[in-house]
Design a protein around this ligand. Structure first.
Ligand code: ATP
Length: 679
């Protein structure tokens, strides 16, 4: 069955049977062999359509198998199967000796390819019934759930059963799935987009909730999503029916993604779509206490000037950017029991076992504020000093074990700094402005900061903040205070929705709305992070020489930006490029656009530059060989400080000086702060 050319009005397998695994494997084979996003979406869309129409119970297992997972990311199920179990199973089923198998491994390296090769010579006398999508997924679940004595042997026997039944390409993908390396480019966004399109084109046939007629669009065969990989982007054309379909796609994609980022659980989403298609999906699969939503993320800003410019002087608040671990706290009262509490990380891992002190703090909040029923808040957990309550570094927090922490073993107390409220007592607040959410957070959640803090006790406080209405001087003083208090810098947050904000992009000035709502999974421009690393990371400045520049775009039109800066290499008596600086403002007098920089002979001066840190760079040739034989050094986030009229290019910072700064920085352990993997 070829989902690429398959006419969708026919079931690609005997219609009375469940969906075979070979159907999914065909899709996987096509996906592995294309890099075209359009082709990937087309294939996925048609695959999901077939499942929705002809065997909806296979839809959920197919989504998990396509995304190389068995369960939602926030409650991961591991197969717990080692390479040796898979190898033994392949050997058993194929009859190959371990030497022959090793030779296959040496020549291909991929366990799926090895299994395919090993099995290709095996002749099966008795035909096995075809593997089913549901079957394969259930077997994976079984493997994951086997615990205790004799685990490896039991797991191996399930793998063998699957391998015996697998035919052709099925073997390859089965083993790739078992080794957790599917090598398929079907990422989350493609899967969600395809699911949305499939639901537009082929709404579930018998939903228990009737679908209004406008969403059961009848699609003529030529409308079956552009099937040829070469068909180009789905663009509007003169055909109103085609354009109507594109609009439906866009709306459905936004809806499915919105549901997923607020409730990332395929089990619930599939149940929701089977029950009623796209209509009313957010109501059937809503934001739920106990299920983490994808968090809002901030965009980097380099200076307060930039922040005032980007927010067009709209009211904002500046908050301490604490150096701890992000924690999404879900809690609800339980009749006759302790309140249930879940704590999730920025990447949605369940961290409840890591923070029993925070769990007990949250339970005591219910006791103190008896009106609270259930809530979801966003916060940063920060280590604090038990003596004076001062903030401690992320390092102090990171020493804590990740799992099964006992309160009595906790050495460093923590404070939960709450900064957002997404849900309270049955009401979702994502659509409210930050000003409203913050007001509720402040009034409904009293601070809990006892006078003496023992390790094992957790505190609850609201973030330290300063308003733009207090004036720029105040914000500047607050920035200093944040930096001096072991914070990473400031988070600047827009308070109210703005209907029209001026932005500059690709040389064009545009007006666009900027919402101050909670935006799951978005790096929003309504949250700007100003980190001290960006602004003054290195204590020392460098004297660098501007040697070239590119013609600025957008906000930088009319200016040189970026400017290429160089250090002095005394061993060769020449300047050597080290980094590009975005912030040195020099009016550009020549109109010149090219991908190579223009040499600026009139500007051969020395600039004082401050950077965040010095990094090893695969492209820079500066100080190559002094720290690493393959990498030169570069400066991250260089910022212009002033022109140094008092010196000359040949007295600029040298490559040796740069290498020494790098060594000093490494010995200070720079780069070890920061809770998460970040950008
Ligand atoms: P970074 O590596 O800069 O922490 P990130 O990609 O983890 O970035 P961003 O949203 O870009 O996340 O930056 C905000 C992060 O800063 C949050 O994830 C949170 O952990 C932390 N943080 C500390 N204080 C605050 C605050 N007052 N408001 C929001 N986030 C805060």
């Amino acid at each position: 069955v070829d989902p690429l050319v398959y006419p969708i009005h026919e079931c690609p397998w005997p219609v009375t049977s469940p969906a075979p695994y070979s159907f999914l494997v065909h899709t996987l084979t096509v996906l592995v062999n294309t890099r075209s996003r359009i082709a990937i979406l087309d294939v996925l869309t048609n695959t999901l359509r077939c499942l929705i129409l002809y065997h909806p119970t296979s839809l959920l297992p197919a989504l998990y198998l396509l995304s190389n997972s068995l369960s939602p990311a926030y409650s991961p199920l591991e197969l717990g199967i080692g390479a040796s179990v898979i190898s033994r199973a392949i050997r058993h089923v194929s009859g190959l000796t371990s030497g022959a198998l090793r030779r296959l491994y040496n020549s291909s390296g991929d366990p799926g390819d090895v299994a395919f090769e090993a099995k290709s010579n095996v002749r099966t006398l008795v035909a096995h019934p075809p593997l089913l999508i549901e079957d394969v997924y259930q077997s994976m679940l079984k493997i994951a759930y086997i615990k205790g004595q004799g685990t490896a042997r039991q797991k191996q026997s399930i793998v063998e059963r699957l391998l015996v039944a697998a035919r052709g390409e099925e073997t390859r993908f089965l083993v790739r799935t078992l080794s957790q390396n599917l090598r398929v480019g079907a990422v989350r966004t493609s899967i969600l987009t395809a699911l949305a399109r499939a639901l537009v084109l082929s709404p579930p046939p018998n939903p228990s909730i009737p679908i209004p007629s406008d969403s059961s669009l009848h699609v003529t065969p030529h409308f079956v999503v552009s099937i040829q990989p070469s068909s180009g982007k789905q663009k509007k054309n003169n055909d109103p029916q085609h354009n109507e379909l594109l609009l439906k796609f866009a709306n459905a994609e936004a809806l499915v993604k919105q549901v997923y980022v607020q409730h990332p659980n395929y089990d619930h989403i599939v149940a929701g779509v089977i029950a009623g298609g796209l209509d009313g999906l957010p109501t059937r699969v809503p934001l739920t206490v106990g299920i983490p939503l994808h968090p809002t993320l901030g965009s980097p800003a380099r200076s307060l000037d930039e922040i005032y410019e980007r927010l067009n002087d709209m009211p904002f608040t500046a908050e301490f950017k604490y150096d701890g671990q992000r924690a999404q706290i879900h809690a609800s009262k339980v009749v006759g029991g302790f309140p249930s509490v879940h704590i999730f990380s920025r990447h949605l891992e369940n961290m409840t076992d890591k923070y029993p002190d925070v769990v007990s703090l949250v339970r005591s909040m219910f006791a103190k504020a008896s009106y609270l029923q259930s809530f979801i808040i966003d916060s940063e957990i920060v280590a604090i000093d038990p003596d004076d309550g001062g903030l401690r570094s992320f390092q102090d927090l990171s020493n804590r074990a990740r799992k099964d922490v006992e309160i009595r073993d906790i050495k460093v107390p923590v404070c939960v700094f709450a900064f957002d409220l997404m849900y309270l007592d049955g009401e979702i607040f994502l659509e409210r402005s930050f000003r409203e959410r913050r007001e509720l957070l402040r009034t409904r959640f009293p601070a809990l900061t006892p006078a003496s803090v023992e390790p094992g006790t957790a505190l609850f406080a609201h973030v330290n903040s300063c308003e733009s209405s207090q004036g720029r001087k105040c914000i500047e003083a607050f920035w200093k205070e944040a930096v001096e208090s072991r914070c990473e810098g400031l988070m600047i947050k827009l308070l109210d929705n703005v209907e029209n904000i001026t932005t500059h992009h690709s040389g064009k000035t545009r007006k666009r709305p900027l919402p101050a709502t909670y935006e799951p999974d978005k790096r929003t421009s309504a949250w700007l992070k100003l980190k001290k690393d960006y602004v003054d990371g290195l204590g020392d400045t460098l004297d660098l020489v501007p040697v070239g520049a590119w013609h600025g775009n957008g906000r930088k039109a009319g200016w040189w930006s970026p400017v290429l800066l160089a250090v002095w290499d005394p061993t060769k008596d020449r300047l050597i490029a080290v980094c590009k600086c975005m912030s040195g403002k020099i009016h550009c007098t020549i109109t010149y656009a090219a991908s190579n920089p223009t040499f600026i002979s009139s500007l051969v001066k020395v600039w004082e530059i401050r950077g965040a840190d010095i990094t090893l760079s695969p492209v820079s040739l500066a100080a190559l060989g002094q720290v690493s034989s393959t990498r030169g050094l570069s400066l991250r986030f260089p910022r212009f400080v002033r022109v140094r009229e008092d010196t000359r290019p040949e007295h600029a910072s040298t490559t040796q000086f740069l290498a020494q700064m790098y060594r000093d920085q490494q010995s200070r352990g720079k780069g070890t702060t920061g809770a998460d993997d970040g950008d």
